[in-house]
Write a protein that binds this ligand. Structure first.
Ligand SMILES: Cc1cc2nc3c(=O)[nH]c(=O)nc-3n(C[C@H](O)[C@H](O)[C@H](O)COP(=O)(O)O)c2cc1C
Length: 391
């Protein structure tokens, strides 16, 4: 909920250009012209890279007295969701830049390759307000994707949820947890992995054993990605609330008192969303929802050809500026269900946050915390801009 005690900060002028337009830093912290592996080895870039070289934090947000998120003290309930923070160096830089909530890139029970380069293209919509909605014909006809990266920006997200082997990500996650300053929180993200011919039980167990590996790093809470394809069903795992209920029941019994958040893609029907809540939060299996993930779209180049090369890449997840209205809609509906059912789970609003006004819009609709992936990648000052203008 919006905290009426939040105060106006001091550095407003230096963080905005003229009429309160946010400045997008020239160099995103993830370099879209390099492969995922190069970003993992050499990043983060731009101001995030510089923040790692300075001895002290660039800027820490003033703590709001008594402000907590899922029981943990958090200065500003704003951060970066699963994906762009590839390893402990990225997480450390995010904390130093004032993103007080940082989600460690989704990990798996075993190493998993990244889709071939390129993974990110700039995506352009035709609608007058720049937004796309699930079900819109544009998503099937094709959205133009190219290399014109203008801010505010929408992008393709075609990575395939790569992961290191646990022998690599466990010590790195431990380091990431240790890099949080006072009032900052690292949230590890994980998901289950299917393989050919895998039984449902084995798939559920893969979630449980990955959650156990996350616990071994000292994590005090975690997020489970359910907005991934549930192979064999031709739809996302979060579109099968019963299965999510079974998985979260077993994961929760493995992780004990640690809060469990689940990451949801957009769910269009109120009834389906309510069923998701009934199968998870209402039974104490889940303490929070983070939503939304990307929206799937067909991507084409200027000649109308498939934009991302390779089989199975006709479509890609799209995120950034164009999905904000859909994210706000999902948060508002989830909040209404929370109120109707008298539950107290937490909501993390995600999708298209590029500007402090977007943070406030999510908070006003009921988000307890807000995160930005695409917006933060292109604007490393976003957390500081929000901190300076909270009221
Ligand atoms: C580069 C990148 C990688 C991502 N990888 C993941 C991931 O591994 N797991 C996940 O749950 N979401 C992933 N996401 C989705 C984001 O967490 C977020 O839900 C989505 O991008 C919408 O937010 P945005 O509009 O601020 O980008 C990724 C997003 C980006 C931009």
């Amino acid at each position: 909920m919006v905290n009426p005690n939040e105060t106006t900060g001091a550095h407003y002028d230096s963080l905005f250009a003229g009429d309160a337009k946010p400045i997008a830093d020239g160099e995103p912290f993830y370099n879209v012209h390099l492969s995922y592996e190069d970003n993992y080895a050499r990043g983060p870039f731009g101001r995030f890279g510089q923040a790692l070289k300075t001895r002290v934090a660039v800027e820490t947000n003033a703590p709001a007295p008594g402000q907590r998120f899922l029981g943990f003290p958090v200065n500003l309930p704003f951060g970066i969701p699963a994906g762009p923070l590839l390893n402990a160096r990225y997480v450390n830089a995010a904390f130093r830049m004032g993103f007080d909530l940082a989600v460690y890139k989704t990990v798996r029970s075993r190493s998993w390759p990244c889709n071939p380069f390129p993974n990110v293209l700039s995506v352009h919509t035709k609608s007058s307000d720049g937004s796309i909605r699930p079900g819109s014909p544009e998503l099937e006809d094709g959205l133009l994707a190219d290399e014109q990266y203008d801010y505010p920006i929408s992008i393709s997200n075609s990575f395939g949820v790569p992961s290191r082997d646990p022998d690599t990500w466990q010590p790195d996650m431990e380091e990431a947890i240790a890099s949080a300053g006072p009032g900052q929180l690292l949230i590890p993200s994980f998901q289950g992995s299917r393989s050919e011919g895998m039984s449902q039980d084995a798939y559920i167990q893969d979630h449980v054993s990955t959650a156990k590996l996350v616990c071994e790093t000292g994590a005090q809470l975690m997020e489970m990605n359910t907005s991934c394809p549930n192979e064999g069903h031709g739809r996302l795992l979060c579109h099968n609330p019963k299965l999510v209920g079974c998985i979260t029941e077993q994961v929760k019994s493995e992780i004990g008192d640690r809060p469990l958040i689940i990451k949801l893609a957009y769910i269009s029907s109120d009834r389906d969303l309510e069923t998701m809540v009934e199968e998870t939060a209402a039974l104490g299996r889940v303490q929070g929802f983070s939503t939304i993930n990307t929206i799937s779209a067909r991507l084409i180049d200027a000649k109308g050809q498939q934009a991302l090369p390779g089989k199975g890449r006709e479509r890609s997840g799209v995120c950034g500026d164009c999905i904000r209205d859909t994210g706000l809609d999902m948060v508002a509906r989830l909040n209404a269900i929370r109120q109707r059912m008298g539950l107290d789970f937490r909501i993390i609003g995600v999708g298209g946050v590029m500007h402090p006004d977007h943070y406030r819009a999510y908070r006003q609709l009921g988000a307890d915390a807000v995160m930005s992936a695409t917006g933060a990648m292109w604007n490393p000052l976003l957390a500081q801009q929000i901190a300076c203008t909270r009221r």
